[in-house]
Write a protein that binds this ligand. Structure first.
Ligand SMILES: [Cu+2]
Length: 246
């Protein structure tokens, strides 16, 4: 009986000990790192991390073993433990180590959250592809905004090779043309007549109202930017001139 009680006591003691052991790592403050912009805090000697890449919007830094003053305005990586701060709702840290990422807090361009409809395309980002089949072979197109075939605003670029011809045609919606490189020659009317054309050098702008017959050609490689409100398309005066039907 005595031995049995000892065994129970031993078993109980072991369970207690292992329970305590299992709990110990959870209580130890866990170090973690975060990257953000270091700013001065509201109280003297305190700092705050803003523009965090993930996690809370801001982190209050109540204590630090690393010198933070020289890094105000820098993007830094902080390592530390969460502590109870003055404001129980704020995420407060005690910092043990820092690493400087960059000397300014400007977020990376990919991190900028753009409002819907905001489009920024740098010249280097323009992706060229084959032009629609309704244009004679040899042209390239890059859609910058919208879809010409659908309703709504659209902007696209067209790159025509030298000695390119677009026979008399009209559009169901307004066409705004800006010449970005080369020279686009444009003529009005339903018959091809180069003597009626006007040369539009770089920087020129033209508007073709809906259903107005016109034709165009190049002597050298020419890039135009075309914008309007879709649905948009090309209708050839002579249907046999439509390259998509050949
Ligand atoms: Cu046109």
């Amino acid at each position: 009986m005595k031995a049995f009680l000892v065994m129970i006591a031993l078993a109980f003691g072991c369970a207690l000990a292992s329970g305590l052991q299992a709990q110990a790592p959870q209580d130890a403050p866990k170090e973690h790192s975060m990257i953000g912009c270091l700013q001065k805090g509201t109280d003297a000697g305190t700092f705050r991390l803003t523009q965090l890449e993930k996690g809370p919007a801001t982190v209050e830094i109540a204590e630090s073993t690393a010198k933070l003053d020289p890094h105000v305005g820098h993007k830094i990586d902080i390592t530390g433990t969460a502590i109870a701060g003055k404001d129980p709702k704020a995420h407060t840290m005690k910092v043990s180590a820092i690493k400087m990422i960059s000397a300014d807090c400007a977020p990376a361009s990919s991190a900028v959250s753009a409002p819907p409809g905001h489009i920024v395309v740098t010249a280097a980002d323009v992706r060229w592809g084959a032009a629609p089949p309704t244009l004679p072979k040899g042209a390239q197109a890059a859609i910058l905004e919208g879809n010409p075939a659908e309703s709504g605003p659209f902007t696209l670029r067209l790159k025509f090779p030298a000695n390119y011809k677009i026979l008399p045609h009209w559009h169901p919606a307004i066409e705004h043309v800006t010449v970005l490189s080369g020279t686009l020659n444009v003529g009005m009317g339903d018959k091809w007549d180069e003597s009626k054309g006007k040369a539009l050098p770089v920087g020129s702008f033209a508007v073709m109202p809906p259903k107005m017959n016109h034709f165009a050609w190049t002597g050298q490689e020419t890039v135009i930017q075309l914008h309007g409100t879709g649905p948009w398309g090309i209708t050839y005066v002579n249907p046999a001139d439509d390259p998509s039907k050949k």
